[in-house]
Design a protein. Structure first.
Lengths: 344, 330, 344, 330
């Protein structure tokens, strides 16, 4: 075990995969120079882009700025023997390649009756909360969840990032990974040896009996913070991270709500048709009998993201909002005095 | 091109005939309700298709578009599973999941036709990237129309292929119309001339009804690609005899009746037959026999398509992912 | 009043709008030739493309096949004085222009602090159930619902189509309209005079007291059919069509469920993160106290669309499936004998 | 170009200076934490920006990209609201909602800078379409970089503009790098030469550090567009002095230190000052005064940005739609 940052864990998983299989290549804009810090063997961007030295220009490929072409070329390459990892840098750039994602990457295996396999990973970082403005603040995984044929992971910790990304590269199906920049700084003990976390298995970060909080991506640490604070108020909060949105660990979610009888979903995506909507609808259908309170979603509201630091941060799910939602479903009043959370 | 063996020349004629008869049959089937939806025939464009596909090796890759039957037939795909696919049968080349617009036969390097105009051009580019990275000597070819030549992904692909010297041929089937729209009304400049700005050769085959001219141009591009010379854009001028798609009855006449007649007058199959006979490659009898053989092949494919079973309902939930049918939640 | 088909109503609304305002133009592939039958003054495609004669080439513009360029150009034109109607033919082609939809059309007004206005309508037809295969069978409105800044309409009848489309053209915000091909043949009495149906107002097709069925687009006639059949079984089914998905008439939905206590949502889109998920989540939060049964979604499952006619139709919500869901939430057994529905 | 009035020449220098000083100030502010996020400076590219913007009329339209401050400044936008926008203040040109990457000032025809590379090229094309349909004589110009020149939407736009003879100029700011990537490693062919294939003139301004050369080329394109001649692609060779964005510390040296020095050695502002003085357009004293004036303007803009209030929280929920804030459901 060694302490790794979130970005370091991603670098480590990519390095492992590159070493294990010659068919794995990395393509993307500025990957040679390790601009985003994940093609440098897990080291920070200050270090040399040593993937280039280790694996050479044939396998580490700087691309033109042509997202549609890149995604399509990666799909074509995956159909013919390579296992590309595509670095798309910001999640907001995925829209450029939407046709390729939906009509080629997601559909080809199905449409061709199983002839195609599509072992390709698309990495992108969700920047939000950093005053990057409307063009660089998207959290677009819900629209990809509506596209059958794609798998989607949203690791929330360094160890999940390493194990899930490795499993993604091993998968013979296309996987999109959304990496929240708010998690980049997080560090934890991570196994340096190879390991994989199977897609479709949720992680329970904290057990509890009064309410289930399903939290996604950057909302996970906020939910844990809320749960810790609420414990002081006498509320027992279970925090569950699906980790992969497709396939979704429906059983774990339903089982948890069956125990607690209450559900809050914390999801940094926009509200309408977001991941939180899906999880809520799942529970409203499959665990209705256990439900003792309304299901509350804590999401980013349906507004675009403003640049000004004075008005941006209020928009995202944070520990305070999650705690308020938990109190609401548990029918517990807001504490009169300042709490650890409100003082943040 | 007199250096081509006689068998190759006859094979060209055979494949052109296969396309013609297959598409004539498919057209009839649409009209009789034996094929659901519609199909887009390559009738009139056989020389362009076969000249290109036969310039490729068996291991080479190919992607195509909605005008989709000619490409796999030209590449050597057997007719039965293609016809069964058009009908939606379990024995179809895609198990009935694809249909006319999405034929694919990986056994002959056919990576798939695309119903989305332009969308499969990057796929062929990616196949060429595989070939380059794995150094396996394969070449890829992307078929697309004059209409598709205005999709941005073509230029993203051409640029990437140019930068990486990828072994890929961009083959524009310029049949002068995109649905009801004459190419000259929506195309600024000349398609083949777009290559130069992207640092690659651009070739225009003015007589795309001559299979040898197409073969020659594409062969040169393939040779260049295989030897590390990178991509080529080849534009072939041709004509479709039928409507954009079978059964589409447009209220406006966007094509001149005389125009069509003049193209039918220089039919690629009739003229190549004449060429083969005149140059002593084959006799009239042999050519007659070829026609009979191909017709029988198509008839057999039709029978196969009719006798084959439809897929079982649960097939709709398979093949979405390799591991399990998680698409099945209803 | 006169009898109009769905397509005829769309043609009529477009004609009205073109006549009323010179700034309205129609651009798209093959619009000159009236290939899709809606640029011919509401007549079928057999007629001459008379919009071209009436309005001329300056205002009826055939485009190259360049969806990204078309959508972006329409956005730029809308920001500078025109009010374009963009005919994108099939909904599956919208992906080509996703960047323009999300990053320009939806964001510009917001990002520029209200300087831009974006009066533009994007029309597209959802083909499904007609063996058009995976590339031409999409129902992608949910992914656009997750994009704040867009308005979305899904008219289900000729009169709704005319009034909603006219309101969409009048709107100073971008509106996407999704027109299900299964509705094309439907006919009804439609007011020939100008009228507008405000966006955000649901329509109750049938009142009922036992259960609310919220149905979308092509599912609306199926829901009505189911409701009629179920009436014979003694069940009183309310059928509500939101008609516009953004803005959504949340009040009408919540009020209906508050009365009936039960909800079924019928939505032809894919299940995960679909419109049905949003409506379910809305009710699970805002009408939980009234709910007496699980909320059941009747959607297209998360699979792509197969070509074969033998296996495609089973995938979509139809009257049988809607009726089964209603019986389930009402805890009524399936009828032992054949019903009008199962005999279809 | 000796026909240009002296005031115009001095105005060119003023606008170049404004861009330089504004961006120097912005760079400092980023380093001091006075601007959240980052900014992309146009330092070194002022001649290219001003030569292009001043070739446009006041009513003409313009769209831009992430290297965003120079464009509106060049088009005549006042500095205070621009600077306030960079800080996220309510008095910003976009009310604080846009920030550096998304400056827009509709008062001067600035339809918006785009953080998404290439994405605003169709917007300018659409503005030109408006102009054509409404016949109002306006011209539109799209700024984009050498990196953006590989986005497909450029070619879709160029083709459409070519077909419709739209009054639009595609202006490629070729500063020879896209972030860390040298243009020659990702560009096949020559950007300006791509115009020919799309049926329009392509012009390459080799000395993009000479504001008059840029002005001349763009003016000719504008004149041609305004008189119905259609679009032009203009590629200008230039150089950015700073990092891709302020505060970005890359681990690898993708640019040669000497290369930068040689470009700094032919600074567009210093050389134009010399030209103005040498040719008797202005005296050294006048030029000194101009520097002082511009510095004061920038200082004033800075003060304005500091004194202005931040927007109120509810502003985040406004401007999504024209009618009501339906974005507000949280
Ligand atoms: C992205 C996209 N836009 C539009 C269409 C509708 N469409 C199908 S074929 C076609 C014309 C294609 O013309 P061309 O590329 O010249 O091929 P051809 O049919 O002439 O062989 C159009 C507009 C589509 N399928 N995909
Ligand atoms: C669609 C998209 N892809 C990638 C990026 C990330 N990115 C921002 S600027 C840039 C380089 C742009 O280079 P160029 O167009 O030459 O403009 P320059 O910065 O040199 O002025 C990149 C890759 C982006 N913002 N948008
Ligand atoms: Mg064509
Ligand atoms: Mg550059």
């Amino acid at each position: 075990m060694t302490v790794m940052s979130y970005l370091g864990a991603i670098g480590a998983a990519q390095r492992e995969a590159m070493e294990a299989d010659e068919r794995v290549i990395i393509i993307g804009e500025d990957v040679e120079a390790n601009v985003y810090g994940t093609t440098g063997a897990g080291k920070s961007r200050k270090d040399k882009g040593d993937f280039l030295e280790m694996f050479g220009k044939n396998r580490i490929r700087n691309t033109p700025i042509s997202e549609e072409g890149i995604v399509g070329a990666a799909a074509g390459a995956a159909m013919t023997g390579l296992r590309p990892i595509v670095d798309l840098s910001y999640s907001s750039f995925l829209y450029m390649a939407m046709d390729q994602f939906v009509n080629q990457v997601a559909k080809n295996r199905y449409m061709f009756g199983g002839q195609a396999s599509m072992p390709v990973v698309f990495r992108s970082a969700m920047f939000y909360g950093l005053s990057t403005g409307a063009h660089h603040s998207d959290r677009p995984y819900p629209m990809f969840m509506n596209v059958p044929g794609l798998k989607i992971i949203t690791p929330a910790t360094p160890s999940d990032a390493k194990g899930l990304l490795r499993a993604a590269v091993d998968s013979d199906d296309p996987v999109l990974t959304f990496e929240a920049c708010t998690l980049w700084g997080s560090k934890e003990e991570v196994d340096e040896a190879e390991y994989r976390i199977p897609l479709g298995v949720a992680r329970t970060h904290r057990e509890g009996s009064d309410v289930t909080v399903v939290a996604i991506s950057g909302a996970v640490p906020e939910a844990i913070k809320a749960a810790n604070a609420l414990a002081e108020e006498g509320l027992s909060v279970e925090v569950l991270d699906p980790r992969t949105l497709v396939p979704l660990d429906r059983e774990a979610i339903v089982a948890s709500v069956a125990r607690t009888g209450r559900l809050v979903v914390a999801d940094p995506a926009h509200r309408t048709c977001g991941a939180a909507a899906e999880i809520s609808a799942l529970v409203a259908e499959e665990a209705f009998g256990s439900l003792r309170a309304p299901i509350v979603r804590v999401t980013t509201p349906d507004t675009q993201i403003p640049f000004s630091p004075a008005i941006e941060k209020q928009l995202y799910p944070d520990a305070m909002k999650i705690a308020a939602a938990v109190r609401r479903v548990c029918d517990v009043p807001e504490p009169a005095q300042e709490t650890a959370l409100s003082a943040r | 091109m007199s250096t081509l063996p006689n068998e190759t020349l006859v094979e060209m004629q055979r494949r052109m005939l296969r396309i013609r008869r297959f598409d004539e049959r498919a057209s009839k089937m649409v009209k009789r309700g034996q094929i659901p939806g519609t199909v887009h025939t390559s009738i009139g464009q056989e020389a362009q298709v076969v000249g290109a596909t036969m310039a490729l090796g068996d291991d080479d890759y190919m992607s195509g578009n909605h005008r989709s039957h000619g490409h796999p037939i030209g590449k050597g795909s057997p007719l039965g599973p293609l016809m069964a696919e058009l009908v939606g049968k379990a024995t179809g080349v895609c198990g009935g999941k694809g249909g006319s617009l999405h034929l694919a036969d990986f056994n002959v390097g056919s990576l798939g036709e695309s119903g989305i105009v332009g969308s499969s051009i990057p796929i062929a580019t990616g196949a060429a990237l595989s070939s380059k990275v794995l150094d396996n000597g394969r070449v890829a070819l992307a078929f697309f129309g004059d209409g598709a030549a205005n999709q941005g992904c073509l230029y993203e692909s051409m640029n990437m292929a140019g930068v990486w010297d990828l072994p890929v041929i961009y083959l524009c089937e310029n049949n002068q119309y995109a649905l009801s729209t004459p190419a000259h009304t929506v195309t600024s400049g000349v398609i083949a001339e777009r290559a130069a700005g992207f640092g690659m050769p651009g070739v225009r085959v003015e007589d795309g009804q001559d299979v040898l001219k197409v073969y020659e141009a594409v062969s040169a591009a393939v040779e260049n690609a295989r030897s590390g010379g990178g991509p080529t854009l080849v534009e072939v001028i041709t004509y479709r005899y039928n409507e954009h798609s079978e059964g589409l009855r447009l209220g406006t006449d966007y094509r001149d009746a005389l125009e069509r007649e003049s193209w039918v007058g220089r039919d690629p199959i009739l003229s190549f037959r004449k060429h083969l006979v005149d140059s002593g490659v084959a006799t009239e009898d042999e050519m007659d026999q070829l026609e009979i053989d191909v017709l029988a092949e198509v008839e057999e494919a039709f029978e196969f398509s009719q006798e084959s079973p439809f897929p079982e309902p649960e097939v709709a939930f398979l093949d979405l992912y390799t591991d399990n049918p998680i698409g099945a939640h209803a």
